[in-house]
Design a protein around this ligand. Structure first.
Ligand SMILES: NC(=O)c1ccc[n+]([C@@H]2O[C@H](COP(=O)([O-])OP(=O)(O)OC[C@H]3O[C@@H](n4cnc5c(N)ncnc54)[C@H](O)[C@@H]3O)[C@@H](O)[C@H]2O)c1
Length: 403
């Protein structure tokens, strides 16, 4: 007769045997799926459905087993707002990709943003200027599968009241230097991140929106410099078949945005019971997108976008600045009386409006976050990261001069 101990031991043994046979069946299944994936007979989405695993988990298993090629992605300007968010998106979703963050670290950069990323063996940082051909060559020589370029001077106020020459350096000369590297080192893909501001303004009473083939009519030095870089991309595709794709996105908001930009600036002022300066009548309309939705769109363009094409990216969420100020005040629990109208900025565009119909139709992209959900979580992020903002304010005391 078996006692309890022997019975438990037998059960345990059976359990181990069962696990062993299950895991070898699973290993065989994974190998078979990997083979089909290699032959392009099945997609990563289908595999993750079959295995009941997340796509990033499947990628990790495949790369650990040496079944998936490691890709080297060069991210220009990754220490800035959107670049930092994009790096986190990529490390989370493609744990087998190598990400090189290349940034010259202007006042707008914050390497602190990447502290978590630094823990990943697949992330590295190189300090350098995108207009420095020799420095770029050092990386290109080791092989790059794709460039995603966020590096740019981006603050409209600084381009109006500060040095427009800096904007020409990074946004035009820098983009041109990257194009030369892509051409000379035969890099397979270059995604240039640009803005809806290149199309210029729409009147408040006009029923008009900009499409990918609309003319460029920039009104401020920032937008003109971005347009210059974008046109250089077009010319390099047509002249040399450089594999470039350009994106035009609307205004982003979310974590890691420099507090000189409208939404974080308003959040801080409201938290500190300071007035929220509104240019002119506050009826200027901007189209707001949560930064992680923008990153998702870039990821899709990087993997599935058609070379030589241009894609507009927008969450179709146009709102007047005055409304943004009031929403922030309400969400933080502060009175509307903190709104303070100040003289308008020269060249301030009335309204930006782009259609994201092409990326939705051709690549199946749609934003996942609504303004109503993403704005409260953005405010919470800044409320929980006061130190992050205070450090920037200590480093760059005069940023409010350019708002
Ligand atoms: N923020 C938005 O709402 C928005 C909307 C649409 C498009 N964009 C575009 O997205 C890109 C990123 O915007 P962001 O808001 O993250 O900007 P950001 O100002 O937060 O970051 C820009 C980064 O580029 C780096 N940089 C600048 N010049 C450089 C150079 N010459 N060499 C290397 N690095 C350089 C800076 O150090 C900084 O880290 C820009 O090209 C911008 O035009 C931004």
């Amino acid at each position: 007769m078996q006692n309890d101990f022997t019975q438990n031991q037998n059960n345990f043994q059976e359990e181990i045997e069962l696990k062993k046979s299950l895991s070898s069946a699973l290993a065989r299944k994974i190998d078979l799926l990997a083979k089909l994936y290699g032959e392009k007979k099945i997609t990563l989405d289908e595999i993750s459905l079959i295995l009941g695993l997340d796509k990033s988990e499947v990628s990790l298993i495949f790369s650990r087993k040496g079944l998936m090629k490691k890709k080297r992605i060069f991210v220009g300007g990754g220490a800035g707002f959107i670049g930092s968010n994009f790096i986190y998106h990529m490390l989370e979703k493609y744990p087998h990709y190598e990400i090189i963050n290349y940034d010259v670290l202007t006042y707008a950069a914050n390497i602190e943003n990447l502290r978590e990323a630094e823990k990943s063996p697949n992330y590295s940082f190189v300090k350098g200027d995108i207009a420095d051909y020799e420095k770029l060559e050092e990386i290109a020589k080791e092989g790059i599968d794709a460039i995603v370029n966020f590096a740019a001077e981006t603050a409209v106020g600084r381009s109006v009241h500060g040095k427009a020459a800096d904007f020409i350096h990074s946004n035009v000369v820098g983009t041109h230097t990257l194009l030369e590297i892509v051409k000379n080192y035969k890099i397979p893909k270059f995604v240039q991140i640009s803005t809806d501001e290149v199309y210029g303004t729409v009147g408040l009473d006009e029923d008009r929106t900009f499409f990918e083939d609309s003319s460029f009519l920039p009104n401020v030095p920032y937008a003109a410099a971005k347009a210059g870089g974008d046109l250089m991309c077009r010319a390099y595709f047509n002249t040399y078949k450089v594999p470039v794709i350009v994106t035009h996105c609307s205004n982003n908001y979310g974590p890691y945005q420099h507090p000189e930009k409208l939404i974080p600036y308003f959040i801080f002022r409201a938290m500190n019971n300071q007035s929220l300066p509104i240019h002119g009548d506050g009826r200027h309309i901007r189209d707001w997108i949560y930064v992680r939705d923008h990153c998702e769109a870039i990821d899709l363009i990087l993997h599935k976008g058609v070379l030589g094409e241009v894609y507009n990216i927008s969450a179709d969420s146009e709102r007047p600045t005055l409304e943004i100020a009031k929403i922030i005040l309400e969400l933080i629990g502060k009175p509307h009386s903190l709104v303070n109208h100040v003289p308008d900025r020269p060249g301030n565009d009335r309204r930006y409006s782009i259609s994201a119909g092409k990326i939705a139709k051709e690549l199946g992209w749609n934003p996942s976050n609504t303004f109503e959900d993403a704005m409260p979580k953005t405010i919470q992020w800044y409320q929980h990261n006061i130190d992050w903002v205070e450090k920037i304010r200590e480093k760059d005391q005069d940023f409010t001069n350019y708002i």
